[in-house]
Ligand binder design. Structure first.
Ligand SMILES: [Zn+2]
Length: 257
């Protein structure tokens, strides 16, 4: 079979998508060693686009490069999720502490606009994607409002590690029915109330209240993710081990609070 010649940029994008898809659909198992040469051979491309794609997936937290050991599909245990959320909570509380004294009208307005977006009903994949984006932006706005670039960087790295957990967690979701379920609606309303409380506390410059509301919000998200993760994990090892049910890729971020 003949393959059409690809430009270098195009080849990297396609290799990246092929590898990412393979990880998301468990064509590669968590913890599996990846051989760059073998992948390049199978895809019929040179090593360069494979290396670039591996780097990109590493940044996203889907692949781990272990020095002197090799390249592996990232694995995640319940303990990993637990500790990542604990650190995330600490970082967001620190961001709140730093942001509270320097909160401008412009940032407050940004928070209000995001809350407005988050109030919109979520009843399809596209609405969910927009909702998750606004959700992520709300937390990002808090981090930026801290005025601490180093803190923002650490936070960004931490979030990448949760990507794979979201993928596993999303496997337990049935895309067509979940939006109508009581659980989904209840969670949506609870999440909304939590976001409103966080913003209200920041505006009131009440650090104690901001910390408590962030903690409640982030720990609930942690519990929800662990519950979804456990539902698709192999009981013996505690690592994800069930085949994908083919849920839409856009559902993968649902467990981000
Ligand atoms: Zn949130």
């Amino acid at each position: 079979m003949k393959l059409r010649r690809l430009t270098r940029k195009r080849a990297t994008d396609e290799v990246y998508e092929a590898l990412r898809d393979a990880i998301l659909t468990r064509g590669f198992k968590p913890g599996e060693r990846l051989q760059v040469e073998e992948i390049a051979n199978k895809l019929g491309v040179s090593l360069t686009p494979v290396r670039h794609s591996v780097q990109r997936l590493c940044t996203e937290g889907l692949i781990e490069i272990r020095p002197r050991s090799g390249t592996f599909v990232a694995t995640l245990t319940v303990e990993d999720i637990q500790s990542t959320f604990e650190v995330r909570c600490a970082l967001e509380c620190l961001a709140a502490e730093l942001a509270i004294s320097r909160l401008t009208r412009a940032v407050e307005k940004e928070f209000d606009e995001l809350l407005e977006l988050l109030r919109r009903p979520v009843d399809n994949e596209e609405a969910l994607r927009k909702h998750e984006e606004a959700n992520s932006d709300l937390h990002q706005t808090l981090l930026q409002a801290s005025g601490n670039k180093r803190l923002e960087e650490v936070y960004a790295g931490l979030n990448a590690h949760l990507t794979i957990a979201r993928i596993h967690a999303s496997e337990s979701r049935k895309a067509e029915t979940a939006f109508q379920s009581k659980e989904w609606l209840a969670r949506f309303q609870q999440e909304q109330a939590e976001h409103e409380e966080i913003v209200a506390a920041l505006k009131a410059k009440d650090l104690q209240r901001a910390r408590e509301s962030l903690r409640k919000h982030i720990y609930r998200a942690k519990d929800a993710m662990i519950a979804s993760f456990a539902a698709v994990s192999a009981p013996a090892s505690g690592r994800a081990g069930k085949k994908s049910d083919g849920a839409a890729p856009s559902a993968r971020k649902r467990s981000h609070n």
